[in-house]
Design a protein around this ligand. Structure first.
Ligand code: SF4
Length: 401
């Protein structure tokens, strides 16, 4: 099982962010809030262990929010409880998301490392001060550069840097491909082990989306975004960061086991407000409200649970596996559906291969990099075909081959 711990606090809210997080008040009010959060988190962990047993845990991921705002002893306390309640593997990957500024202000990196965190994911986003300010980030480029050294000095052998690309700009001055390549060069020069490069997609209701609606900022056009993606991915691979998912690149042996597990459909337990769990074909999501979630844990009230039916399971398998460069395994598809993927989808597979959008390799169907650019449309086509094959009431019919 994969374990996700949502830490819902940030110093301030970035202009593009729609994750559930709230600014952490300074002083005693902030300390009280942190204490209530930790009490509720440990209570929730013990409750899930009572419900599901001492399940083996291969990865733990602290996300948010800004987990590096937690005191180091809080991270240690959470991991101690995880080890008491579950069967955490001795070689578990334990990742923690951190913002550059919070790494520089205290001995947090050393404390987190000593508590057992062995992978640090730093939200650098850009190395351009003007871009960072436009994004509403609480740090500048100097802090972003210094954070990698701090992580290494604390003993982290596995460091990821998150970057954003496709940022909007003033009309007629949208960031160019050359600027993206310059950013990726600077990022690669910092010598991380892993790079997550996400296209900035403005989420509705955020200040950035508002600025776009009012025409104060403009996004690069679709063609420009597509060529940036292809050139950026090619550049990162030329620097030794192999692409293993739409937005993720790693040096050999440094792919994120937690995220890979998620894309490969492993069970995951989500703890904290807004966190989702998928366990034994059932899915539930905690309230995206700190007070409500704390009250729910105090009353042992579980969120509504949805049973995942065969069609949903197969749709998710398609959607998640095709995010990865490895792709979808025919053997796994047959185990889950009782059907032959190449036989059922012969026509779309042939068409996509002819167009250079997909390929077949040793029992796997995968999207090429160009295919990943239009993956939404490809997946929608597979979903439509899947619905003609699967009848929800009786599950999948057996296929011929
Ligand atoms: S630090 Fe991360 S989680 Fe917090 S507001 Fe910014 S983008 Fe969102």
């Amino acid at each position: 099982m994969l374990m996700y711990v949502h830490v819902p606090f940030c110093r301030s809210k970035c202009g593009y962010c729609s994750f559930y997080s709230a600014p952490l008040p300074a002083g005693a009010a902030g300390e009280d809030l942190l204490r209530s959060y930790l009490t509720a988190l440990l209570r929730e962990m013990r409750r899930r262990a009572a419900q599901y047993g001492r399940v083996p845990v291969e990865t733990i991921f602290f996300g948010g929010g800004t987990p590096s705002l937690l005191p180091g002893r809080a991270v240690a306390g959470i991991l101690d409880e995880a080890r008491r309640s579950f069967n955490v593997a001795a070689d578990a990957e334990i990742s923690l998301e951190a913002n550059p500024e919070s790494l520089l202000l205290s001995d947090f990196p050393g404390e987190a490392r000593r508590a057992g965190v062995n992978r640090l994911s730093i939200g650098v986003q850009s190395l351009d001060d003007a871009e960072l300010a436009a994004l509403g980030r609480a740090h500048g480029s100097r802090a972003a550069r210094a954070a990698v050294d701090v992580a290494r000095a604390a003993g982290f052998a596995s460091v990821n840097l998150d970057v954003l690309w496709g940022l909007p700009g003033r009309a007629g001055r949208a960031p160019s491909q050359m600027r993206l390549l310059a950013l990726l060069k600077d990022i690669a020069d910092l010598r991380p082990d892993h790079i997550s490069a996400y296209e900035l997609t403005p989420e509705q209701g955020t200040p950035l989306a508002g600025a776009l609606e009012r025409g104060e900022l403009v996004r690069p056009g679709e063609k420009s975004l597509a060529s940036m993606y292809l050139a950026g991915a090619e550049y990162l691979e030329s620097r030794g960061f192999l692409q293993y998912e739409v937005s993720n690149f790693a040096r050999l042996g440094f792919a994120c086991r937690h995220n890979l597990g998620y894309w490969q459909g492993q069970d995951y337990l989500g703890l904290g407000p807004s966190a989702t769990s998928t366990l034994r074909n059932r899915r539930f999501t905690n309230p995206a409200d700190l007070t409500e979630w704390i009250a729910a844990t105090a009353h042992n009230a579980d969120p509504p649970c949805e049973q995942i039916d065969t069609t949903t399971r197969l749709e998710e398998m398609l959607m998640l596996r095709l995010r990865t460069t490895a792709g979808l395994s025919f053997a796994e598809w047959r185990r889950a559906s009782g059907r032959s993927f190449p036989a059922d989808f012969a026509a779309p597979v042939a068409l996509l291969r002819r167009e250079g959008l997909a390929g077949l390799r040793r029992g796997y169907f995968f999207l090429t990099r160009t295919g990943m650019l239009v993956s939404d449309a490809i997946i929608a086509r597979f979903f439509a075909d899947l619905r003609t094959i699967i009848t929800p009431s009786r599950g999948p019919a057996r296929s011929r081959t």
